[in-house]
Ligand binder design. Structure first.
Ligand SMILES: Cc1cc2nc3c(=O)[nH]c(=O)nc-3n(C[C@H](O)[C@H](O)[C@H](O)COP(=O)(O)OP(=O)(O)OC[C@H]3O[C@@H](n4cnc5c(N)ncnc54)[C@H](O)[C@@H]3O)c2cc1C
Length: 363
């Protein structure tokens, strides 16, 4: 039953934003912590394209935007992590795409108010937190498989290893927390219902980053936005670096996970054709097209996320934010948040909440 680590104060399951932020706050509160992460890298729904030569950040395949003007929690964390933001580029007309049978049109269309990008991409949030955690604290490629809560503490199984701690913070999308962990201690029915009914934001979606040698759309006075009824990209946006380079666009694919899977490699062919249809046959060929299909990520998407309606999560039931087993168990995924559930801000809001609850944990 021993993993050689000994008894910790806190085990965090999941090294996405909410897990990393929870771990950072727990360390700052003087707790001994380990973070178990299923993937080979921390970050969760933050996934990035890097320059092959320099390893510098190039594009987001997960979230791109924060809204610091409206999101006070984000504002605090950007300051804490020493990160800056810049406004999403939206100058010029957007392209309205009606499909191959009608010429594309351009028009000024209203943008989202206050959407900003983190300098260095959303990846910078992950890197900044990892750099503040003691080395070796995040155990990657280590999925938690079982949780048992006892009077004396919590046992967390990870393959053949068992870690022990005073408290466990489950920083996973709620549905995944319910379906992918073997709960040796029965969870209250109300909690199970709350976990199982909370959709995982963006889990059924796929995002594309298209890299170019120059931002030809800006040169033509266009914003880089596409609004399309035909697809495969139903919307696209400028995604150039803060100083205008490297040049990139990103877009959401408006096809179901099944339709994407059926297209396979053909999907990229359709995306390239759509970009020419929207911006003209003379545009340069992309340097690269990166597609991230989040529905295929079993450490993000649960079966219920793929078949249910795609709606932004409302604030979930209180049961998601309660502390269980005398303060030994609580949940921190972004979808559990009271503020901005499912969003980056929700991940930080959830982390702040669970770490306040550490103060009532019995060791
Ligand atoms: C395409 C896309 C676009 C988005 N756009 C935006 C945006 O513009 N603005 C915004 O605010 N938000 C956006 N979001 C949402 C944002 O990414 C999430 O709110 C945030 O990243 C969630 O962080 P999290 O830590 O709660 O969960 P996750 O990032 O899902 O982290 C959970 C972690 O747990 C790990 N894990 C899973 N199972 C186990 C296990 N059994 N044991 C150990 N580890 C496990 C996973 O590998 C993962 O690292 C977007 C998301 C996507 C996918």
């Amino acid at each position: 039953m021993s993993d050689g680590i000994g008894k910790l104060d806190v085990i965090v399951i999941g090294a996405g934003l909410s897990g990393l932020a929870s771990a950072l706050l727990a360390v700052e509160a003087g707790k001994t912590v380990r973070v178990l992460e299923a993937h080979a890298k921390p970050g969760g729904r933050i996934r990035s394209v890097f320059d092959e030569r320099t390893n510098a950040f190039v594009a987001d395949l997960g979230p791109s935007w924060v809204w610091p003007a409206f999101q006070p929690v984000i504002g605090r964390w950007l300051e804490k992590l020493g990160l800056e933001t810049f406004a999403q580029f939206d100058a010029g007309e957007a392209v309205l795409d009606y499909g191959p049978d009608q010429p594309a049109q351009t028009a000024l269309i209203p943008g989202q108010e206050g959407n900003e990008r983190v300098v260095g991409g959303s990846q910078a949030l992950v890197d900044a937190m990892v750099s503040k955690l003691p080395q070796g604290m995040v155990l990657t490629s280590t999925p938690a498989t079982a949780v048992q809560v006892m009077d004396a503490g919590v046992l967390v199984g990870a393959g053949n290893a068992v870690l022990t701690a005073g408290q466990v913070i489950v920083a996973l999308p709620p549905r995944l927390a319910l379906s992918s962990i073997d709960w040796k201690s029965a969870l209250p029915g109300g909690l199970q219902d709350a976990l199982g009914s909370m959709p995982t934001w963006m889990a059924p979606h796929a995002k594309v980053a298209v890299l170019y040698d120059r931002p030809f759309w800006r040169e033509a006075g266009l914003s880089g936005r596409i609004a399309s009824r035909a697809g495969p990209l139903v919307e696209a946006h400028d995604h150039c670096g803060s100083e205008g380079e490297p040049a990139a666009l990103w877009g959401f694919i408006g096809l179901s996970p099944e339709a994407r899977a059926a297209l396979g490699d053909e999907l990229e062919v359709h995306i390239r054709a759509q970009l020419k249809r929207c911006f003209g046959e003379a545009i340069p060929e992309p340097l690269a097209v990166h597609v991230e299909d989040w529905a295929k990520n079993r450490f993000v998407a649960s079966p219920g996320d793929l078949s249910g309606p795609i709606t932004h999560p409302d604030v979930g039931p209180e049961a998601l934010r309660e502390v269980y087993f005398d303060g030994r168990l609580c949940f921190a995924g972004a979808e559990t948040a009271h503020q901005s559930p499912g969003l980056i801000e929700g991940a930080f809001d959830a982390a702040e909440r669970v770490v306040l609850s550490l103060q009532i944990a019995t060791k």
